[in-house]
Design a protein around this ligand. Structure first.
Ligand code: B12
Ligand code: SF4
Ligand code: SF4
Length: 358
């Protein structure tokens, strides 16, 4: 029996690249890929290689394919399964896209420029993914794009996406998780944003990388650079990270609104017209500061070919080093010598990779 579907959002993918009433010939899609024809033929079997080549032609920097069967079998946290199955039982393959964040964004005096760059990168990635999903649908394979940043309130009160795209990246062979649990790639280290197309096409999946990319406790530069001291041994203290990583996110907005509501009447107008309201308005307008703020663990990671050529000259020295962080890292490195990776490593081992990984 076919599994029941409550609702698949019909707006997720629209059909047809051009209007279809015979009178209006304007293309409905004005984004990426309009000028180059889709390589997929209706009803024909689609090869994984052609999907990846098309994604790159459309502008994806990196692309890999994960099998929905494997993703369903290995959710990152089994208590809160972030699986394709929970989105749609018809998904067979997850095409995972990584879009690199230009290195110039990590060479600035403050992290404000990277916030805007992140939004541009996300927008571009959405267009690439949307176009790919649309072309797959036209070839007869219903497909949809996952939200790259939104989270689901019902999953740990909005700290979880419907899928964890870092874990998709590992399963699709794009990289491995680092000490700070970000996806590191050989090309750009952690300086990528991730997105995915879920498709009913059965595509040959990529293999995860054979070796871990992160040197872990022997490196620890992300830990030393973190201003919130949120990075531990293969673990992240999200409560410490979030206010810096999302400076104008939901918590900021709610705290401000609460202050306004509770303030004496004569102070309310001033609060309404305050810098806090302005920052919230600006971040809602552009997304800047909502999803991305601090990137110190990203700036200093030596993994990725971009680091040596474009970042090392400005990121080599870590101003946030403290004797306490150095002591803690040295202790982790000493424990690791004895094969002890700390209490958190085991649950992420599959995605960190290496001999104990799989
Ligand atoms: C919510 C969120 C946050 C939250 C929480 C982060 C987190 N680690 O979950 C906060 C606000 C803190 C955050 C911060 C940042 N984020 Co963020 N974030 C997300 C988002 C939207 C969802 C993350 C998610 O679903 N996590 C859930 C789970 C799987 O992760 P986890 O809790 O770490 O669980 C793992 C382990 O901890 C463990 N585990 C945990 N609990 C349990 C319990 C049991 C029983 C078991 C067995 C295992 C287990 O198992 C898991 C396997 O490894 C994703 C987009 C997406 N949909 O994936 C972006 C995303 C992860 N963020 C991203 C970025 C860039 C950032 C920041 C750099 C912010 C910025 N300035 O841009 C920082 C980096 C912080 C860091 N070191 O990771 C990128 C990462 C790109 C990359 N190269 O990896 C993503 C993928 C967004 C994107 N579209 O590209 N983020
Ligand atoms: S994003 Fe900033 S606060 Fe969060 S873990 Fe990385 S360095 Fe720390
Ligand atoms: S900075 Fe070092 S320890 Fe941190 S993720 Fe990158 S390679 Fe791993």
């Amino acid at each position: 029996m076919e599994p029941a579907i409550a609702s698949l959002n019909p707006a997720a993918v629209t059909a047809g690249a051009s209007g279809g009433d015979g009178r209006h010939r304007h293309p409905r899609w004005s984004g990426i890929g309009r000028r180059t024809p889709s390589p997929f033929r209706k009803g024909a079997v689609i090869a994984a290689e052609s999907v990846k080549a098309r994604a790159q032609e459309l502008g994806a920097d990196l692309v890999g394919i994960a099998s929905a069967r494997v993703l369903n079998a290995f959710p990152p946290d089994p208590l809160w399964p972030q699986t394709p199955e929970r989105i749609s039982p018809y998904v067979k393959s997850v095409i995972t896209i990584a879009q690199h964040i230009p290195a110039g964004a990590f060479r600035c005096r403050t992290n404000t420029p990277v916030q805007y760059m992140d939004m541009l990168v996300l927008r571009k990635m959405d267009k690439v993914a949307y176009r790919l999903a649309e072309e797959l649908e036209q070839a007869g394979y219903p497909s949809l794009v996952t939200a790259a940043q939104e989270t689901d309130w019902s999953y740990k009160r909005a700290s979880y996406g419907r899928l964890s795209t870092r874990h998709l990246g590992v399963e699709a062979g794009l990289g491995t998780l680092g000490l700070n649990l970000m996806l590191l790639t050989p090309e750009y280290g952690p300086r990528v944003m991730l997105g995915a197309v879920l498709t009913s096409a059965e595509l040959e999946a990529d293999r995860p990388l054979a070796e871990p990319l992160c040197a872990g406790e022997a490196c620890g530069r992300c830990l030393l650079a973190c201003p919130a001291d949120a990075i531990g041994q293969w673990t992240l203290d999200k409560e410490r990270c979030a206010p810096l990583a999302s400076p104008y996110g939901f918590s900021y907005l709610m705290t401000h609104v609460e202050r306004m509501v509770q303030a004496p009447r004569e102070e309310q107008l001033a609060l309404l017209k305050s810098k806090e309201s302005f920052m919230s308005w600006q971040s809602i307008l552009r997304g800047v500061g909502v999803y991305s703020g601090c990137t110190r663990c990203v700036d200093v990671c030596p993994v990725g070919r971009d680091y040596e050529s474009q970042l090392k000259d400005v990121q080599d020295t870590i101003a946030e080093r403290t004797p306490e962080k150095e002591r803690r890292l040295a202790e982790m490195a000493r424990r690791r010598e004895t094969g002890d990776h700390g209490p958190h490593h085991a649950r992420s081992a599959r995605w960190i990779g290496g001999p104990v990984g799989r």
